[in-house]
Design a protein around this ligand. Structure first.
Ligand SMILES: [Zn+2]
Length: 444
């Protein structure tokens, strides 16, 4: 029996078929390999949807690689924050103040100015209510306790802080008056506050800059440590409008945000902020490195603790009855939300709203508290490359993940003063009390 022999043509045909079959097998293997290795994942995206919404788990806030806006990084002269320091802020264990006494009503209605130690006692009295949690979230340069106060049992957070600038003490007392009112209301059970506070929570830092508060109100001798920069250089400073902390740093330029240390106009870098403590009030001196100040770190801790559940953030100042809303480096969806919120606030207190254009001249977008909260709202993460919050999606109007809360800077008062009768007028007659109560309702 002779072996069947294929014709040359047929052999070639079979060979080609085998090759095609092998190629298809290779292609399938390659596709499976590619899918596993993320070929189809979008590139250059570092914004990640959180693994969970547990506010105690902050580990996903760090990215180890970063960000593509290297043209910006090259011009940054400030030292960033180290990963170790950032982690120590995330892992900070605040002191929860014990409360063993029965609540007795706290009476403060702007009768007088108070020393910071008296304010501390007032907060401890409020803490006797079961609706209040009082924390020490850090210590100032001169060793004063910085308080974080939570009032309410709900999950959703209204975040308000005050007095980041030394001379703007009005904001501490206005916020303190409001906090005492709602705790009294809650304990009285005579209004709808009880049900509101069972549904939401206020997180507040009533005085970010306690050393500045004391210096402005009671003079430079209030400082315990006479070696501190502000004490040593007090003759050079205008203490009637001091902004800085006791190290001479403007805390509202010290947050590790994308553009800290830089001034932008629109999307164009126009200059660096002051690199020396040269201005009389300490205004605009960022510090020698990001988040160098303990007051900044304390604020960051409390912000990071709460931002995922925040429904509105207000940073209180006291120069001019205006609201700053919008950040040129952030998404239009975020800016729309923020400006619309600011307009609603303005309807109540009559303050003038400044939108994006005001933030483009450096009054923001340069390391402020609102920059930090706004960048967190836009899903920015801490970058170990730049030592600050970063995003590869710089100028991107559609970040893949946005926390939906508005962020505003609210300048209360016509100007700064230490006369509490003006604080009282502002609180009652310029709509602040009405506004704060309304904000407790999430339907605002
Ligand atoms: Zn200010």
């Amino acid at each position: 029996m002779s072996k069947k022999r294929y014709s040359r043509k047929t052999r070639i045909k079979y060979t080609i078929r085998r090759i095609i079959f092998l190629l298809i097998i290779c292609l399938i293997i390659y596709l499976i390999y590619s899918i596993i290795n993320g070929l189809f994942k979008p590139k250059n995206v570092i914004i990640e949807t959180p693994q969970n919404n547990n506010s105690n788990d902050l580990s996903y806030d760090i990215v180890s690689t970063s960000e593509s806006d290297s043209d910006v990084i090259d011009t940054i002269f400030m030292e960033g924050l180290s990963e170790k320091e950032y982690k120590s802020i995330l892992d900070y264990k605040p002191t929860l103040i014990e409360s063993n006494n029965k609540y007795s009503f706290v009476n403060y209605d702007f009768e007088r100015m108070m020393h910071y130690s008296e304010l501390s006692d007032l907060y401890k009295s409020l803490n006797n209510s079961d609706i209040v949690n009082l924390y020490v979230i850090g210590k100032s340069v001169d060793g004063r306790d910085i308080y974080g106060i939570e009032i309410g049992k709900g999950k959703d957070v209204l975040f308000i802080d005050a007095n980041i600038h030394a001379a703007e003490v009005a904001t501490t007392l206005i916020l303190t008056r409001f906090l005492t009112e709602i705790v009294n209301d809650y304990e009285n059970d005579t209004s709808n506050i009880k049900s509101l506070l069972n549904g939401v929570k206020i997180a507040s830092i009533p005085c970010i800059n306690p050393d500045g508060y004391e210096i402005y109100n009671y003079g430079i001798e209030s400082l315990n440590n006479k070696n501190l920069w502000v004490y040593q250089n007090s003759s050079l400073l205008n203490l009637d409008n001091i902004k800085s902390n006791a190290n001479g740093v403007d805390l509202n330029r010290n947050f590790p945000t994308q553009n800290e240390g830089l001034y932008y106009k629109g999307y164009n870098l126009i200059s660096n902020t002051s690199i020396e403590k040269t201005t009389k009030s300490g205004k605009y001196f960022n510090g020698y490195s990001s988040a160098s100040e303990p007051e900044t770190k304390a604020s960051m801790y409390f912000m990071l603790k709460h931002y995922k559940n925040t429904y509105a953030y207000i940073n209180l100042h006291s120069q001019g009855r205006v609201i700053y809303a919008g950040k040129p480096n952030l998404s239009s969806s975020f800016n729309d939300l923020t400006v619309s919120f600011a307009n609603k606030v303005s309807k109540i207190n009559g303050y003038k709203v400044h939108g994006l254009s005001s933030e483009e001249v450096g009054e923001g977008n340069d390391g402020s508290a609102t920059d930090f909260m706004a960048e967190l709202a836009n899903g920015f993460k801490f970058s170990t490359k730049t030592g600050r919050l970063s995003s590869s999606k710089y100028k991107d109007n559609n970040p893949s993940f946005v926390y939906k809360y508005p962020v505003i800077t609210m300048e209360t008062m016509k100007t700064w003063t230490k006369d509490p009768s003006y604080f009282k007028t502002e609180y009652y007659d310029f709509g602040l009390r009405t506004l704060f109560y309304k904000l407790l309702s999430k339907d605002f």
